[in-house]
Each structure stands twice: as C-alpha cells, then as structure tokens.
Design a binder for this molecule. Structure first.
Ligand code: ATP
Ligand code: MG
Length: 352
C-alpha cells in the first residue's frame, strides 16, 4: 500500500546532510523499520512529482532555492526517476516510496543498521584493507548493476552514500537517477570536501569514469582515516600507522586533523596537482595499484569498470560469497561504540 505520514513513527535521528534529515522510523501497519529522508524546501509545485522535489532539494546549494525548469525537461525527469521503483540489487539500498507531508518531501528506504561509512570512520581510526576489499566489490557490482540494468551512473559516490548492516551487506544509496535534473542544476554543488573527478570540476563532459575517481578517493580516505587532499606527508602517515597498525582502536581526539583547504583551493588541487595514492609500506601492492588506476586524472588513462572487475584486488575479494567478515567487523565497531556510550552515561548520571 501507499506510505502515509500518519502510519509512520519516528524512532531516532540517523543523520543530517545538505539534502535534509534522515530518521529511523517504524511503519505501524507492517511493523517494518525504515529510514525516512525529510527534505525541507519552500516551493512545492503541484505538477512536480515527489521524486523530483526530493532530488532537486538534495542537489540545491541552499534549502529553498528554486530554479525554473521547463515542462518538457520536468517530464523527462519524471520518466528518469521511475528507475528507483525498479531497482532491485543486493548492492543498492531498497526503496519503499515517497510522499509529501507538512510541506516536506519524504523518501522511505531500507534501513541499514550499520550506518554509513563516514559515520563508521568517525568511530574507528581506519578501515582495514580486507574490509575495503569487500566494499570495493560491492561498489563495483552496484555500479555495474546501475549501468547494465538502468543505463545510469551513480554521480555521488562517497563514504556517506555507502551503507552497511549487521548481515555484512554493503549497499549504495543517493544515486542521481536523473541526468536531466542534475544538468539543469548547478552541477558542481560541493560541501567542504569533494569526491568529484577533475574533469567534472572543470565543467567538462563527464561520465561513469567520474564514479571510478570518486570510488578511488573514498577508498584512500577510508584506508588512511582522513580526507586525502592535501595529501599527508610520509612521516604523517607513518605516525598515523604507529598509533595502531590495524586501525581498530577508537579514534583519539584530533586524529585525522589536517589543513583544511578552502573549497576553491581544494578544487584547484584536485585539478592541478598529482592525485593522492596509498603508501606502499602499509598496503598490499594490488591495493596500491588499484587506487593508482582509479585516480588517474586523465579519463583515457583511468581504468574503466570492466578493467577493475578483472583487477587482482577485486578478484581477491570477489570469490568469497559470504559476508561474515564484514558482519563481524560491524559488530566489533558497534560494540566499541556501545561501551563508549555507556561510559558517557555513567559519567553524566553517575550514581551516588
Ligand atoms: P550530503 O547531503 O552531502 O550528500 P549525506 O549523504 O551525509 O551528505 P544524507 O544523504 O541526508 O546526507 O544522509 C544523512 C545521514 O543519514 C547519512 O550520513 C547516513 O549516516 C544516514 N542515512 C542515510 N540513509 C540511511 C539509511 N537508509 N539507513 C541508515 N542510515 C542512513
Ligand atoms: Mg547521502
């Protein structure tokens, strides 16, 4: 049946981004737990479908900014957004539906109880290579599903759009199904970090190769435990790895701190300077090579999806079909988090 505001009970907030707020909710009629993305905006146009508004909002630089879009373009967008209903892959977050309520657009999707990789990265110092291998396999399979079955690219690969759960599943969310919509907006909206490829930042024509760059950059961030632009020095990296070679320890205060570039400097760096890489001392040669191939600035040199699906780093993790190591790792991260929360509770409400 249709999803309605009155049938949904808020449980807790899961996070906030530029596009809105995400809540964990329960659907009263089915008892199903879902994730609900609220999007606030001011100009609801009745002729516009919910999906469009949601996507428009998640892309617009500031809440409520409104851009004229021609009716023909709108119709095209509506057609393109229908893709979401038909997405069915173990590597793509499931969608339950959308609706408008109290001036807000809501999108209900599969709840992923392990959260997003950016949140996990705030709890641990780094994500170990064998888990990054599994993440790579899931992302590449998700990307090839979107390409093979829907002829679309993702457009927004980054740690916060890769979600995990306790079964050890890894899935993509928030992909830009509508090329039309994205092209009719300010396509280079970025926050304080950018996972966009050099060609996209330069305003050139970009395609699926741009997703490969974003994957490479996200993997380096998760492997080192910090956003890699500007790149840390060798000494910085050695220091980071001396603290805890496995990266399993909780993140100490100030870990991963670095010089934050202004957004223009950052874009300039990505376009003009050498791309980030992984230190060979701390990662396997296959992983380092995989990253080098993803982070080629020139799209003709960058590896494409098919090449990566045959890369030794991908193959090493593609053969095992069970998710057990990922699920154990999520459990471990979660337990650590639990004990931290309990400590805080005790401090705050210390019994006397
Ligand atoms: P941006 O708006 O810049 O893309 P973002 O991806 O973090 O950043 P949102 O997409 O609004 O912003 O998501 C906010 C947070 O909600 C995410 O970081 C993630 O931790 C959490 N979240 C989103 N979808 C789900 C889901 N289906 N299950 C569990 N948590 C989710
Ligand atoms: Mg997101």
């Amino acid at each position: 049946g249709e999803l309605k505001h009155d049938d949904l009970v808020n449980i807790c907030e899961l996070g906030q981004g530029n596009g809105g707020i995400v809540w964990k909710i329960r659907h009263k009629l089915t008892d199903k737990i879902m994730a609900r993305k609220y999007c606030t905006f001011t100009n609801i146009d009745d002729h516009w479908c919910n999906w469009c508004q949601w996507f428009w909002n998640s892309l617009s630089p500031k809440k409520g900014i409104y851009l004229e879009i021609k009716p023909a373009v709108k119709n095209q967008i509506v057609r393109e957004l229908k893709v979401l209903d038909r997405c069915n892959s173990p590597y793509i977050v499931g969608f339950y539906g959308t609706f408008a309520a109290e001036g807000q657009i809501n999108i209900c999707m599969e709840y992923m109880d392990g959260g997003s990789l950016d949140l996990i990265l705030k709890k641990v110092m780094r994500i170990p290579e064998h888990i990054l291998g599994k993440i790579t396999v899931a992302v590449l399979r998700g990307l090839s599903y979107l390409r093979e079955h829907h002829r679309i690219m993702h457009r927004d690969i980054k740690p916060s759009n890769i979600l995990v759960n306790h079964q050890g599943e890894i899935k993509l969310c928030d992909f830009g199904v509508s090329a039309q919509l994205i092209d009719s907006t300010l396509q280079t909206f970025i926050g304080t970090r950018s996972y966009m490829s050099p060609e996209r930042l330069e305003g050139a024509h970009y395609g699926i190769m741009s997703d490969i760059w974003s994957l490479g950059l996200s993997l380096v961030e998760m492997a080192l435990g910090r956003y890699p632009i500007p790149p840390p020095s060798i000494e910085d990296i050695d220091r980071l790895f001396d603290v805890d070679p496995d990266g399993n320890q909780s993140r100490p205060e100030g870990y991963g701190c670095y010089k934050v570039l202004a957004i223009f400097e950052l874009m300039e760096w990505i376009v003009n300077e050498a791309p980030p890489s992984l230190p060979e001392k701390h990662f396997s040669p296959d992983f380092c090579d995989f990253i080098d191939r993803c982070l080629k600035k020139s799209t003709t040199e960058r590896a494409d999806l098919n090449t990566l699906l045959h890369h030794p780093f991908y193959k090493r993790y593609a053969t095992e079909s069970d998710n057990q190591d990922v699920s154990l790792w999520i459990e471990q991260v979660h337990q650590k988090d639990q004990s931290l929360t309990n400590d805080n509770d005790n401090n705050q409400y210390g019994r006397s």
